[in-house]
Design a protein around this ligand. Sequence first.
Ligand SMILES: *[C@@H]1O[C@H](CO)[C@@H](O)[C@H](O)[C@H]1NC(C)=O
Ligand SMILES: *[C@@H]1O[C@H](CO)[C@@H](O)[C@H](O)[C@H]1NC(C)=O
Ligand SMILES: *[C@@H]1O[C@H](CO)[C@@H](O)[C@H](O)[C@H]1NC(C)=O
Ligand SMILES: *[C@@H]1O[C@H](CO)[C@@H](O)[C@H](O)[C@H]1NC(C)=O
Ligand SMILES: *[C@@H]1O[C@H](CO)[C@@H](O)[C@H](O)[C@H]1NC(C)=O
Ligand SMILES: *[C@@H]1O[C@H](CO)[C@@H](O)[C@H](O)[C@H]1NC(C)=O
Ligand SMILES: *[C@@H]1O[C@H](CO)[C@@H](O)[C@H](O)[C@H]1NC(C)=O
Length: 604
Amino acid sequence: MRFLLFAPSFLPSLVSAVTISAINGPAFRSPYENQSVTNVTGLVTAVGPSGFFLRDTTPDRDVRTSNSVYVFTTSATIRGSVAAGDIVTIDGKVSEYRSSKDYLYLTEITSPTNVRKISSGNAVKPVVLGVDRSPPAYRYSALDDNDVFGVPNNRTLVSVVNATLQQDKYGLDFWESLSGELVSVKTPVALSMPNNYGDVWVRGSYRVTGKNSRGGLTIVPGIGADANPEAILIGDPLDGTDNAATKLGDDLGDITGVITYAFGFYRILPLTALSVKSNALPLLPPPTTLTSTGACSGLTFGSYNVENLTPNSTHLPLVAEHIATYLNTPDFVFLQEVQDNDGATNSTVVSANITLQTLADAIEAISGVEYSYLTIDPVDDKDGGQPGGNIRVAYFYKHDLFSLRNPNPGSGSEKIEVLPGGELNFNPGRIDPENEAWTNSRKPLVAAFDTVGGETVYAINVHFGSKGGSSSLYGDARPPVNGGVDDRQKQAELVAGFIQELQAENEGALVVAAGDFNEFSYVSPMKAFKDIAWDLDEVVSIPVEERYTYLYDMNCQQLDHMLVSRPLKKGAKYEHVHINTWNTKAAQVSDHDPSVAILNTCKR
Ligand SMILES: *[C@@H]1O[C@H](CO)[C@@H](O)[C@H](O)[C@H]1NC(C)=O
Ligand SMILES: *[C@@H]1O[C@H](CO)[C@@H](O)[C@H](O)[C@H]1NC(C)=O
Ligand SMILES: *[C@@H]1O[C@H](CO)[C@@H](O)[C@H](O)[C@H]1NC(C)=O
Ligand SMILES: *[C@@H]1O[C@H](CO)[C@@H](O)[C@H](O)[C@H]1NC(C)=O
Ligand SMILES: *[C@@H]1O[C@H](CO)[C@@H](O)[C@H](O)[C@H]1NC(C)=O
Ligand SMILES: *[C@@H]1O[C@H](CO)[C@@H](O)[C@H](O)[C@H]1NC(C)=O
Ligand SMILES: *[C@@H]1O[C@H](CO)[C@@H](O)[C@H](O)[C@H]1NC(C)=O
């Protein structure tokens, strides 16, 4: 008896008959990591191109420990010898696998041998999401300290802390507690277009938060910010078919598939391709309802990131159509991401006059509206973006309503300063272009215009540093890395500081700061504007779910903002026109939606 009890301890890396639940354990990493296991018995729930999925035939009652596991094998013979509905016993090695150190580990059994079929033709029933189990809707991880966009980020790693799962509270923990499991998602709704690999984000018939009127999920203020861990990615179908091309808000056919983790995300590998039942309607949004009064009582201001626009861009005529039709030719337009005349070619060309004139001509051909334009060429190759493209911000304006006040343009490297009374040393000019905060980034363009009502309007057009280098919301770093957030913090402080200087010299200055801030309202950089300039979404009370201009991964989100000084709040109206986020990927004209406001700029 004694001998039998202690015998296994002489074989440290060989563990006898363990259950799949025990292999998974209650945490992110398996208690059996790197150990050999024998006599693991389970029901085959699905077979894929590089392995199969096994469910415990003697499941435990601990909801934290997944009852299923992925068995990875390169052997086509082994894969061909098992089918869904078989009960098999296998030997193998428990491994934790990830293809990048920024991802989470997937617990799997590798190198299965000795595959013994016990029976076949057994019923295989999926766990139904929304019935048997439902994901939490607010938080990703306890390690985010209640703010998934908190700074500093990457304070801890999930793989190192290896916490015990709290699947009722945290999205990562929830999906981990179902790792390897066969699940069904009933009446799913598409939250995205397909990504470059054909994967699509969905939500199912369970409680969600942040749902917008299109059916997507928006990042909304919540605990920190609510970035929707209830969304799940649908990856490559196990049968080798291709997922349908979805659009935001489309109704999809029911999905059954296995939960795994790969390339930074928990995902369901469906048994077969997901299908679109019906498209979200209308296919495209209506044009803005905002119409200029042609007087100071109601001037319209648009803003649009036109995604690497060149004179030859195939999307240039469509950008023109958006400005003419969907934005109703605003009196004044803030443009971002305009490239120089030879686009992303590494030359000495920095002028964008042909790009801008081509766009102006295209708008005039559609609408009859003649725009003047204004920009400052950057110093060659100093403002980031596509190499050689020299992207910059620019203004379009109707010259009968706006005239540049005392024109005196600064160069790409000259710093704009506020003079007594609110005059500017340069007009237009760029904010502190030599400051290291703008290294490889677009400098904000300030311009003062005398307007039709006799008042001066100061425009500040921004395109802050990008979120490149961010880690996945479902990744190892917690809170996730928000790429470039430190730069955006300094950039926001410089712009907010400039507005304060203007206000110090000209209390009641009419200021409109708009563009691609590359940041959400709920994250630190945007807080630099508190009590200095007011976010029009807040001013006009757009419901938080409808505040989006961009679709990234599972989330509708707002990178583009329009901020105004206090006197411009009264009577303001503002709309986001979802002409790109609602579209098909193929028909998207820019990756951003444009926005348009109407403001009363009359003398107070
Ligand atoms: C594994 O199962 C076989 C056949 O049922 C049995 O003979 C053997 O003792 C088991 N091994 C362990 C380590 O449990
Ligand atoms: C992870 O947690 C499990 C369960 O608490 C534990 O058995 C295992 O040893 C841990 N692994 C690592 C690498 O920390
Ligand atoms: C498992 O093996 C890998 C590769 O040798 C190693 O990096 C890892 O630390 C091991 N895990 C444990 C828990 O020992
Ligand atoms: C744009 O097209 C013109 C005429 O076809 C060509 O000369 C020029 O090189 C093109 N420019 C770019 C940036 O592709
Ligand atoms: C662009 O051309 C300049 C001058 O020939 C060169 O110094 C620079 O490295 C080039 N930049 C890129 C991104 O190729
Ligand atoms: C662009 O600027 C150059 C140099 O000033 C000028 O020769 C050319 O006519 C301009 N083109 C347009 C379309 O304005
Ligand atoms: C997060 O920090 C760790 C060091 O703790 C580092 O190895 C890792 O690369 C960082 N992750 C990202 C995405 O930058």
